[in-house]
Design a protein around this ligand. Structure first.
Ligand code: DX5
Ligand code: ZN
Length: 225
């Protein structure tokens, strides 16, 4: 049986911010499935990146879903801004949410898909009650905050266990994986049951164009079946 086509979500965190629109257009043309936008506040993670105005600017450079990953404290204060800016998916971290159910409902109420992300040390059990409501679960395979970090190998088993949990419960949430994904790591992560792979440094690098890097990752996945 041919396995399901894996979606690729280039993370613009590693792109050249001075020509972000062009780079997003390039990966769109090369066959990306989502554009992953990492929002960091310098509090939840030790780095500051970009905010809603950048999401709004990117909206005119691609027709792909904008997959907004909020690595911020108090996400409830900011979700409407991101929805207005054109986000299609908004993902929040379980570690910062005291009222996760309320927040997920609020995201969906804005007409946006709702995702929840887990840091490497956060157990899958934290999803138990919320799983049926989610459109996406994002498994972090690095500690969030920076692009270009090494994939944490022990996360392959966590991805497999989440795959089982989603299948057993017939949950509709997509399983997305973020952090340290390269053309050599991607096939194993797909094999473990991931459906969407985020990749930053592997796509936006100085050795090849973003389009070439995306094709290389796609080839590696196709070869592995
Ligand atoms: C990490 C971010 C990631 C990051 C991935 O905190 O959430 O989306 O940009 O970058 P790479 O693929 O370079 O690990
Ligand atoms: Zn991310």
């Amino acid at each position: 049986m041919k396995s399901k086509r894996i979606k690729l979500a280039p993370s613009v965190l590693s792109a050249d911010f001075s020509r972000l629109g062009e780079q997003v257009a390039e990966v769109t043309k090369a066959g990306a499935d989502y554009i992953h936008v990492d929002v960091m506040d310098g509090h939840f993670v030790p780095n500051i990146s970009i905010g809603a105005p950048v999401v709004a600017s990117l909206r005119s450079w691609t027709n792909l879903p904008l997959d907004v990953h909020l690595m911020i404290e108090r996400p409830e204060v900011h979700i409407s801004q991101f929805a207005e800016a054109g986000a299609d998916i908004i993902t929040v971290h379980v570690e910062v949410c005291q009222h996760l159910h309320r927040l997920v409902e609020a995201i969906k109420g804005l007409g946006v898909k709702a995702g929840v992300s887990l840091n490497p040390a956060t157990p899958l059990g934290s999803l138990d009650e919320i799983l049926p409501l989610l459109d996406l679960v994002l498994v972090m395979t690095v500690n969030p905050g920076f692009g270009g970090q090494a994939f944490i190998e022990s996360m392959v088993d966590k991805i497999s266990r989440l795959r089982e949990m989603l299948d057993d419960r017939q949950a509709k949430a997509e399983l997305e994986v973020d952090g340290g994904i390269t053309a050599s790591v991607a096939p194993r992560v797909a094999q473990a049951g991931a459906e969407v792979l985020v990749a930053g440094a592997a796509i936006f690098n100085s050795k090849q164009s973003a389009g070439e890097a995306l094709h290389e990752m796609r080839r590696a996945l196709d070869l592995a079946g």
